[in-house]
Write a protein that binds this ligand. Structure first.
Ligand code: MRU
Length: 369
């Protein structure tokens, strides 16, 4: 994706030293663009936990590269393979909701056994990490192609007037390796010269919408407006939203959608106002084992400090300020679950489907296994 005049992915191997994984550190965007070097699996665990990298697809890719970093340092252990199993546990525990994390780790482990040598383990994890990253970027591009007709049809219906799309959080290229999920159809529509405008929910408490989605859209030249999280209902009631597209950190094979907290309220408002509500996701974000998303998807609870403080740019540089009384209790549920009945459809790399078991498994028959 574009940053100024350059094309970037969110994660890659250092060209000069492939023992180093490089990432865009997202913590201080959009005010600071920093590239960080990661050398060990512990570096990667910290990067995921503390959200230097974030978003379902990117967390999966990061876990894949984390296993490669663990492999590189496994030579001094009696059993390199056992060291990898320990690394897998560490990475799995780093964030609970995005299913791409365990999906990527399992893909890494499936290709290896106790019998593999150090060299084989390094080569195999490196190849698999790169495959996971490449597949993620490709899937997101395809999501864009499959989502484009939805926006084109709305544009035709409005005889070419601007199509207003609302999105929540950041399911853009920063949340994946490239292109993004929710943003991929938006970029495709913009590139196809369809007139669009995006309502960007700020997405408290970490403001991934205001900081990241806004920045991405600006880099790509897509018209957008940042709104407070609670403004969406009003906009929908007043006919100012034609379509909602969000991403997901985990979607059950029955169509329940876990996404950044506040998504459920948007889906309720969309339902009440007959606004189509779509969820864009690669196959790697399906949970093939969980049927009841509302009760069984683990919802990450993060530090209450994220609610109490807000970060922004002041004359002194990047600053964090306290919003609440200093002793105020705060609770921070990072995700919520939108039941399938509120979802108009899913946009995947294999095409569109309904948010139900039959349609999902028709597109992804391997999910039955
Ligand atoms: O906590 P984050 O930033 O890792 O949350 C992930 C998200 O950005 C959103 O929930 C997103 O909409 C889905 S991830 C593609």
């Amino acid at each position: 994706m574009r940053v100024g005049k350059h094309h970037f992915r969110t994660i890659w191997l250092d060209e000069l030293d492939p023992r180093i994984v490089q990432i865009i550190d997202q913590r201080n965007l959009p005010h600071e663009f920093n590239i960080e070097d990661l050398r060990t699996v512990d570096d990667m665990v910290t990067a995921i936990k503390d959200m230097h990298v974030r978003g379902a697809g990117l967390i999966g890719a990061a876990a894949g590269y984390g296993m490669y970093l663990a492999a590189l340092h496994s030579g001094s252990f009696k059993s390199p393979y056992n060291h990898l199993l320990d690394a897998a546990d560490l990475l799995t525990a780093s964030r609970p909701t995005a299913v791409n994390l365990s999906w990527a780790i399992n893909r890494q482990l499936k290709t290896l056994t106790h019998h593999h040598s150090y060299e084989q383990i390094v080569q195999s994890t490196k190849t698999m990490a790169q495959t996971i990253a490449d597949e993620d970027a490709r899937a997101c591009f395809q999501i864009g192609q499959h989502g484009l007709p939805l926006i084109r049809d709305l544009s035709l219906l409005k005889t070419g007037a601007v199509v207003n799309i609302l999105t929540h959080c950041n399911a853009g290229w920063l949340a994946f390796v490239d292109h993004g999920s929710a943003t991929a159809p938006i970029y495709a529509a913009h590139d196809a010269h369809i007139k669009i405008h995006v309502w960007v929910d700020e997405t408290r408490p970490r403001n991934q919408g205001a900081r990241l989605t806004a920045w991405e859209l600006e880099q790509h030249g897509v018209p957008y407006t940042v709104i407070t999280d609670n403004a969406g209902g009003h906009l929908m009631q007043n006919g100012l939203v034609d379509l909602v597209i969000v991403g997901t950190d985990r979607t059950t094979y029955t169509g329940d959608v876990a996404n950044k907290t506040g998504t459920y309220l948007k889906a309720l408002a969309a339902h009440d106002n007959q606004v189509p509500f779509y969820v864009a996701l690669p196959g790697s974000s399906f949970d093939w084992e969980t049927a009841d998303g509302v009760n069984d998807i683990p919802i990450e609870q993060r530090a209450g400090e994220e609610v109490k403080f807000i970060q922004g740019l002041s004359h002194q540089g990047l600053t964090s300020v306290l919003l609440t009384p200093s002793e105020s209790p705060a609770i921070n549920y990072a995700f919520d679950v939108t039941p399938a009945r509120l979802v108009t459809g899913l946009i995947t790399e294999r095409g569109l489907c309904h948010a139900d078991e039959e349609s999902i498994l028709a597109l992804f028959p391997e999910g039955r296994a």
